[in-house]
Design a protein around this ligand. Structure first.
Ligand code: HEM
Length: 459
């Protein structure tokens, strides 16, 4: 067990990387550690984002957002993802014909941008070819880019949290905020008059907002059976997710509506493109694994759909192992809501203390994962799962406040890999870096230089 303390600006932080304690605090004692932070800036765009919401307001918002990520909803969004992957395939085929190398992070970011534009903003774009001219891409890149606002925001939160409140400072540029507000509200208006409505995330939010305003009373999602495989391997939520609060049709304000469409960009963009890049890289340098995956995919012939991509054990293992070795988010944090004694350590945390849980250390510990720096999907094959040490794997966090977009990310990544491995053979090129080096001071794990490989069209 390792517990240590540090300072984040002026804020003392307790760092924990013991699997039992992490689970106890995030799952069993979740109600004492609900929030990531406690600052309210007064800027609705910032404060109403589910990532930042606090206490009961978070619970209400989570109860609205979670159903939009049910299996049934994922199935209805799956064709949108397939369409986006086909645009990527067309682009890669041109690269392959010209015998050009592929920059993985760049192409996977473009794919993820296309998927987000379609699913969260009802806007079809082709970032691979029109990226330079698309206003959507320009504004999204401004929202994502490590701009000065983000750094000032973190400075304020860690050293002068009061300044946030006084200045209502937002890490998002006001011009970007205006662009997305206008975009979302004009699409929402247009949708109201359309007879056939697309089954995307934006439409699900529109319906949730209507329900809050008393329109369209809805029943439970009858198509919400769990992806048991994914649920079991990737995250534990605990049984007590959202107790003691009112879940019936909360009111969704316009701020809520826009800022919670933006979560796809702020929380789902870099994470998913990072998973896809590292997975393609590993398949390129481990050709036997790639061949095995190709053979597994071929068993499903042309029957590739939302159900079948969940029935491929080797695909699941490759994704899981990539998220172990290259977990995009290395640390998650919570604030203590009450004084708390940490297991049998004798340590007592005061109210308001920030606790950081180090997922990276868990995933890379030789005690839990022998030869931890080796990418080895075998660890996650069904016949080997009993050897995994429980509670040591949590790429999507753990407990009721884990990643709400997990199913979406897994669906997108699996769909892309299945389509791409069927069509292309990934190979290392003269410029493929082995071993990889990583960027410092990045929020999301990223290689120091974009990863280059070759993709050849299969015979
Ligand atoms: C491979 C891709 C992804 C990874 C590895 C990932 C990982 C994570 C992690 C570690 C957390 C923190 C959990 C915690 O504090 O316990 C998180 C939270 C979150 N993620 Fe993801 N994520 C991914 C993709 C996505 C996508 C695609 C979306 C949206 C569509 C998304 C939306 C969110 C949101 C909204 C939260 C905050 C949840 C809350 O506070 O209730 N993520 N994610």
């Amino acid at each position: 067990m390792c517990i240590c303390s540090a300072f984040l600006g002026s804020q003392p932080v307790l760092m924990i990387n013991d699997p039992e304690l992490i689970t106890q605090m995030n799952v069993t004692d979740f109600n004492k550690f609900v929030d990531r932070n406690k600052f309210v800036s007064g800027n609705g765009f910032n404060d109403r984002n589910i990532f930042n919401l606090i206490g009961d307001e978070w619970k209400q918002m989570r109860s609205v957002i979670s159903p939009t990520f049910s299996s049934g909803k994922m199935r209805s969004m799956h064709p949108i993802i397939i369409e986006a992957v086909k645009r990527l395939e067309a682009y890669l085929a041109t690269k392959a014909e010209r015998k050009e190398e592929v920059s993985l992070k760049a192409v996977m970011s473009n794919l993820t941008m296309d998927v987000i534009a379609s699913c969260a903003f009802g806007t079809r774009i082709d970032t691979h070819t029109d990226g330079h001219t698309s206003e959507f891409v320009t504004q999204a890149q401004r929202a994502l880019g490590g701009n000065w606002r983000l750094w000032v925001f973190f400075l304020f939160t860690s050293i002068f949290p009061q300044l946030l409140k006084w200045t209502k400072f937002s890490p998002i540029d006001p011009g970007v905020e205006r662009f997305f507000r206008d975009a979302v509200s004009s699409i929402a208006k247009r949708r109201k008059s359309e007879k056939v409505k697309p089954r995307d995330y934006l439409q699900l939010l529109i319906e949730a907002q209507d329900r809050g305003n008393g329109a369209h009373p809805s029943g439970p999602d009858t198509d919400d059976k769990l992806d048991t495989n994914a649920e079991q391997i990737f995250a534990e939520t605990g049984g007590q997710a959202l107790t003691g609060h009112k879940t019936s049709h909360p009111i969704i304000s316009d701020d809520d509506f826009v800022t919670n469409s933006m979560i796809f960009l702020t929380a789902g963009f870099d994470t998913t493109s990072s998973l896809l890049s590292f997975l393609c890289y590993e398949l390129a340098i481990n050709e036997l694994c790639q061949q095995r995956l190709y053979e597994e995919i071929n068993k499903f012939c042309d029957d590739i759909n939302y159900e079948t991509i969940s029935q491929m054990p080797y695909l699941e293992a490759c994704v899981a192992e990539t998220l172990r070795l290259y977990n995009p988010i290395t640390t998650v944090g919570r604030i203590a809501d009450e004084e708390y004694t940490v297991g049998d350590t004798g340590l007592t945390i005061p109210v308001g203390m920030f606790v950081a849980f180090d997922l990276h250390v868990l995933h890379h510990s030789p005690e839990y994962y022998p030869d931890p720096m080796r990418w080895d999907p075998e660890r996650f094959m069904p016949e080997n799962r009993h050897k995994l040490v429980p509670k040591t794997y949590m790429p999507f966090g753990t407990g009721p406040r884990n990643c709400v977009g997990m199913r979406f990310a897994l669906m997108e990544a699996k769909t892309a890999i299945v389509q791409l491995v069927r069509r292309f053979r990934f190979r290392r090129s003269v410029n493929t870096t082995i071993p990889l080096k990583f960027k410092k001071f990045n929020f999301i794990l990223d290689a120091e230089k974009d990863i280059k490989i070759e993709m050849k069209i299969r015979d």
